[in-house]
Design a protein around this ligand. Structure first.
Ligand SMILES: NC(=O)c1ccc[n+]([C@@H]2O[C@H](COP(=O)([O-])OP(=O)(O)OC[C@H]3O[C@@H](n4cnc5c(N)ncnc54)[C@H](O)[C@@H]3O)[C@@H](O)[C@H]2O)c1
Length: 549
């Protein structure tokens, strides 16, 4: 028989379970749960141990009751797919399946698994039957059909719907199901509830399912754990009982004394809150795109403009957009709302205008970064085709290893389309699966490769770990993400390492004016997103050193 394997990002190989493993695994968990129940612990199953579920599970497992004793035993359930199975054995060894800058994540997972013994993971759905509470953290994607037009996209609820069916089939009637997944508004009441209720009736269960919604605001990064545990929550339930239970559960595991809970009347309100919250953020970022272009064309430095405005406390949440807005949430959440309006809630008119426009602007901002690289190289008489371009930062934001929908991907794909040779460095990313596995990641036929030509060989792209080696001989260097490692580069050292003057592209306002000036003095060309004042610095260097470009 063929054994199939799942390989972790660090290269560890784990054989996928076979049919005979399931029975043994469930028998083992039944024994474990019996002992845990005897200790008075509530059994919590977290479905999907990805970026959210892995850390949420650990937070629940780490929580203590009023006497300071662990009150919950957590089982993470994960589909045993080739892509994700490795997360299970890793958790069971006490190793975090997510790489995080937050120093709390690794010790928390190892403490809960190895010392407190309140956290385990498995592949068998049978454990759902042992749960008092289920927390659903599987993904719900929004698939785009074209770049820059999210109206042609659709929601992919397959994984989520599958979990609702599985949950309904296995759970005890009084098990509380908390959907944390960001869903299309209406999902809890109009998709999950009918599925669970129908299967309950088939199973002869007369009681109402206890479904609740409470969305995550987690930010993987330096404050990963705090962004779940020490953060405000919104929740709701399909009925009073579910609402009461979800409020009780969240009060037991989160720091709700300092960060109070908001309980809304209906799940569609909590679902809408999440979508509006993220669409608002996507919109203020997209709004700055046009002013970024305005600044570039009129000698204005947007970085200084934002800083000046933010002195006013009323405008303190203005943020510079960088080379696009990535992460798993902001590029898709507005799309979930757009789709729900029509396909769950049944409306045909187009009342949502700003939300999809913001997503489209954010999705295409990276194209402009690539154009700046092209223009800077042109000013140095180096054609973009065959130029060696080094991109610093593959992830979607600083100091995290999450590359999902990062602006950097669009920059790289556009440059590759124009014929550039690309090198990439990122201290937090081991594998840039969006390229390495572009035929199957994030799903078959879903890669953004399909929006560009010349992408076939991009599968060979590998993250370089040695920064100085990556710099050698580069024609252009793009500061794409403000990772800590990149903030204090000295221009003289950079140019010396490269071995020649290069085009320097600042996508995030990383370079201060003194550094920009220094790069020009060293014979480099500098361009920056939203940084129109660079031309002025260039002119003044040229005036002082007429020989320089
Ligand atoms: N990542 C973030 O920063 C963030 C922030 C806030 C909210 N969210 C939301 O949280 C949800 C989860 O996001 P994520 O980043 O953890 O996604 P993820 O892709 O990292 O994790 C989802 C996990 O669920 C597993 N899974 C899928 N179907 C399953 C099934 N039927 N049974 C068991 N496991 C299954 C997948 O294999 C994967 O490991 C999404 O709705 C997302 O929008 C994410």
């Amino acid at each position: 028989m063929d054994v199939r394997y799942s390989i972790s990002p660090s290269g560890e190989k784990f054989a996928l379970p076979t049919q005979k493993d399931y029975e043994k695994e469930f028998a083992r968990f039944k024994e474990i749960v019996k002992k845990q129940k005897a200790m008075g612990r509530e059994i919590v199953v977290v479905m999907g141990v990805g970026f959210v579920g892995a850390v949420m599970g650990a937070i629940v497992a780490d929580s203590v009751d009023k006497k300071g004793k662990p009150g919950k035993f957590v089982i993470g359930v994960q589909r045993p797919s080739v892509r994700s199975f490795w997360k299970i054995p890793l958790i069971n060894k006490g190793i975090s399946p997510v790489k995080a800058e937050d120093p709390e994540v690794d010790p928390m997972i190892s403490r809960c698994v190895l010392e407190k013994k309140t956290l385990m993971a498995t592949f068998t759905y049978d454990v759902l039957s042992l749960a008092d509470v289920i927390v659903v953290d599987v993904q719900c994607d929004f698939l785009k059909e074209s770049l820059g037009n999210c109206r042609t996209g659709r929601v992919d609820m397959e994984a989520l719907e599958e979990s609702f069916y599985v949950i309904a089939k296995y759970i005890k009637p009084d098990c509380l199901v908390i959907i944390e997944t960001t869903v299309a508004p209406g999902t809890t009441e109009q998709v999950a509830y009918p599925i669970v209720r129908k299967i309950f009736r088939e199973r002869g269960i007369k009681s109402e399912p206890l479904l609740a919604h409470s969305y995550e605001r987690v930010m993987p990064g330096r404050n990963y754990v705090a962004s779940i545990r020490d953060f405000w929550r919104v929740c709701s339930g399909v009925n009073e009982k579910a609402k009461k239970r979800v409020v009780k559960f969240l009060n037991e595991i989160l720091n709700t004394e300092k960060f109070p809970l908001t309980a809304l009347d209906r799940p569609i309100e909590s679902e809408t809150a999440k979508i509006v919250e993220n669409s608002y953020r996507a919109t203020i970022l997209a709004f700055l795109n046009e002013w970024s272009l305005f600044c570039e064309r009129n000698g204005v430095d947007l970085i200084k403009v934002i800083k000046a405005i933010k002195v006013r406390p009323t405008h303190s949440n203005m943020i510079f957009p960088g080379p696009g807005i990535g992460g798993y949430c902001l590029p898709k959440d507005g799309g979930l709302g757009l789709w729900a309006y029509k396909h769950i809630l049944g409306f045909e008119d187009e009342i949502l205008k700003i939300t999809p426009m913001a997503i489209d602007i954010n999705d295409t901002r990276g194209l402009h970064a690539a154009q700046l690289v092209r223009d800077a190289l042109r000013n140095m008489n180096r054609p973009i085709a065959a130029a060696q371009v080094l991109l610093l930062g593959a992830s979607y934001r600083e100091d995290v290893g999450d590359t999902r929908y990062s602006g950097s991907e669009v920059v790289v794909r556009k440059l590759a389309e124009m014929g550039a040779e690309i090198r990439v460095h990122d201290p937090y990313v081991e594998h840039w699966w969006e390229f390495e596995a572009q035929d199957t990641y994030p799903g078959v036929g879903q890669s953004r490769a399909r929006f560009f030509r010349n992408q076939e060989r991009m599968k060979e792209l590998r993250i370089q770990k040695e920064l100085f080696k990556a710099m050698k001989g580069a024609d252009a260097v793009i500061f794409a993400v403000p990772h800590q490692d990149y903030l204090n580069f000295e221009p003289a050292k950079v140019v010396k390492t490269i071995g020649q003057p290069a085009a320097i592209i600042d996508c995030f306002g990383i370079l201060d004016d003194a550094k920009i000036e220094k790069y020009f003095e060293l014979g480099c060309e500098v361009k920056g997103m939203g940084r129109g004042h660079i031309q002025r610095i260039k002119d003044s260097v040229r005036k002082r050193k007429p020989g320089k470009r």
